[in-house]
Write a protein that binds this ligand. Structure first.
Ligand code: FES
Length: 572
């Protein structure tokens, strides 16, 4: 123990003897606790993103009791603090709009209450970055507890994966290859237990990133939600939070350029979500690091895709766990990692990685036998996206790695949906579909509209992939030749707004370029005429969001939230 009880943050509320502390102690006693329970003990805030419409966190009522058990076991005092649940499927227009709200809520809950350390309970996509961003800025010892993936889906004996199989069978339904009755039958089979999406979507990617950054117990992110192993993880996370408080393991002691490098390597090796780039940039910038999307660019060609998980591969997270999980994967990546990076346990990343094993080589591949010969993620640049755009080369039709096609431009998703299935629409499989007005400011919140459904008449002819470009994001469970996160977005006057229907678009994924082939003088003339979209005045959170959100290449954080620290509240 490197800290005295009088050095605990909560001492200012409970340990002194004045008018205010009388009120604080008497009101905890009102909850039925004695001074022996909480005075001089690390107070652990359990930030819980459970609510009744978050099926990915459906087991959290039990897990929070298990975390409390662990906190008590180690001589701490747990306090559950509910925070906004960002339930990916239900919250509109997108949970991304509210990620920064969760980050602010987390930071301010931890700041304003007598909290010495935290356990952060999340898992569903944006909850992980939101919780971590807040904890990093508050900079008190924080353990990330991941909800864990749900068990595999099943329908008529076929394994179903979250998201990925929804997109796949939706196209089959539109093509007339499956019936409405069969489509309906999948509803009950695709999500059968609590837990986050069990494909390599944003949730699986971000919980792995949280662990590799050093915020979770080793191996935590791969454990399926409903397993007994997860109950034990919960109690252990509670115990760890108390230990981290006594030993001052604040986020600033583990968030480093090396930790962010490690997280980027893992995102690439897992075939992770494109969303990981935005979130990791935001996390790095919260920690005061100069994290940019160049990081992924630099690593993309060096990191092999080893996790054979859908959508880039064949299996699901339950299989990944049984094959050795994240520790097995990290073991195979040792040469690319900073194994001496500190983690929340007080040890270093390499402690559990070096002895880890892989039990199934087809699910966690060796570096000499990757799932794909192309990178999992890639940053593209060009005249439409000078600050970058992203693509998932391993999850697209390889024939489109180089492509030239004619642009068909839509200025909003509403316009796109209204026109795309029109039998008279002039479009063929080489057309490049362009969607704008869908970025952080324009939509707002940068919804997951980037895997735009293909024109019905082409789906019926068997077309399953086309080049699509947008300033939107797409679900981590999505796939296809989707170029996303175009920055700067059209709504703020980015050059993406200059593209017109009929322009030739040239994509070269290997070279990392995407360009509109427009005469230079003509392009300059168009750029000179672009003005930011008039979005009107918006009150409340939407107004705040639109005025302060950064572009995708900067992590979509609020411009006033980068960095660490605000003054401690005065107790007067
Ligand atoms: Fe929660 Fe996919 S809906 S992780």
């Amino acid at each position: 123990m490197s800290k005295e009880p009088t050095e605990l943050r909560s001492h200012r509320w409970f340990g002194v003897n004045d008018l205010r502390s009388f009120g604080h102690r008497s009101r905890i006693k009102q909850l039925g606790y004695s001074e022996e329970d909480f005075v001089g003990k690390p107070i652990i805030g359990i930030i819980n993103t459970y609510n009744d419409i978050s099926p990915c966190h459906g087991h959290f009522p039990q897990r929070v009791e298990e975390i409390k058990r662990g906190v008590f076991q180690s001589g701490g005092f747990p306090l559950e603090l509910p925070a906004i649940g960002l339930s990916e499927n239900f919250q509109k227009p997108t949970t991304m709009l509210y990620r920064n709200l969760l980050a602010m809520e987390t930071e301010e809950l931890l700041r304003s209450y007598p909290i010495d350390g935290a356990v952060l309970m999340g898992g569903c996509d944006k909850t992980t970055p939101g919780l971590l961003m807040g904890a990093i800025s508050m900079d008190i010892p924080s353990v990330y507890f991941p909800s864990g993936p749900m068990m595999s889906g099943c329908w008529k004996g076929q394994t179903l994966g979250s998201g990925s199989d929804v997109w796949k069978y939706w196209d089959e339904l539109r093509a007339g290859n499956i019936s409405e009755c069969e489509w309906k039958g999948m509803e009950g089979g695709i999500a059968r237990t609590p837990g986050h999406c069990m494909t390599m979507g944003t949730a699986s990617t971000m919980t792995a990133i949280a662990e590799v950054l050093g915020f979770s117990l080793p191996g935590a992110s791969s454990i399926p939600a409903v397993m007994a192993d997860q109950s034990r993880l919960a109690a252990a996370s509670g115990r760890l939070a108390v230990d981290a408080v006594w030993n001052n393991r604040a986020p600033s002691t583990i968030m480093s350029a090396e930790a962010v490098h490690n997280a980027s390597v893992v995102a690439l090796a897992m075939g992770g979500s494109t969303n990981a780039i935005v979130h990791l940039v935001a996390l790095g910038r919260r920690a005061g690091l100069d994290t940019t999307n160049d990081l992924f660019d630099a690593l993309a060609s060096r990191v092999p895709l080893l996790a054979n998980i859908r959508p880039a591969g064949d299996y699901l997270m339950q299989d990944f766990y049984d094959a050795g999980g994240i520790l097995g994967l990290l073991n195979r990546l040792q040469d690319l990692l900073h194994l001496d990076a500190p983690i929340i346990t007080g040890g270093v990343l390499g402690d559990e990685v070096e002895p880890a094993e892989v039990h199934e080589d087809n699910i966690i591949r060796g570096v000499d036998n990757p799932v794909s010969s192309v990178p999992a993620l890639r940053v593209l640049r060009g005249n439409m996206c000078p600050d970058g755009a992203v693509i998932k080369p391993a999850s697209m039709d390889p024939k489109k790695l180089r492509h030239v096609g004619t642009a068909l431009v839509f200025d909003s998703y509403r316009e796109y949906k209204a026109q795309i299935d029109d039998p008279g629409l002039e479009v063929d499989e080489d057309t490049v579909l362009i969607l704008r007005g869908s970025g952080p400011v324009g939509a707002p919140g940068m919804p997951e509209w980037g895997m735009m459904p293909l024109p019905k008449k082409l789906v019926e002819r068997g077309v399953r992939d086309m080049v699509r470009i947008s300033d939107a994001r797409m679900s981590g469970t999505s796939y296809g030749t989707c170029i996303l996160h175009v920055a700067p977005e059209s709504a703020v006057g980015g050059p993406f707004a200059a593209v017109r229907t009929g322009d030739l678009i040239e994509l070269d994924v290997t070279a990392g370029t995407i360009n509109a082939k427009v005469d230079e003088a003509e392009w300059a003339d168009r750029l000179a005429r672009i003005a930011p979209a008039d979005l009107g005045h918006e009150r409340g959170y939407l107004g705040l969001y639109r005025r302060h959100v950064n572009q995708a290449d900067q992590g979509c954080d609020f411009d006033f939230l980068a960095g660490v620290g605000n003054p401690e509240p005065e107790i007067l």
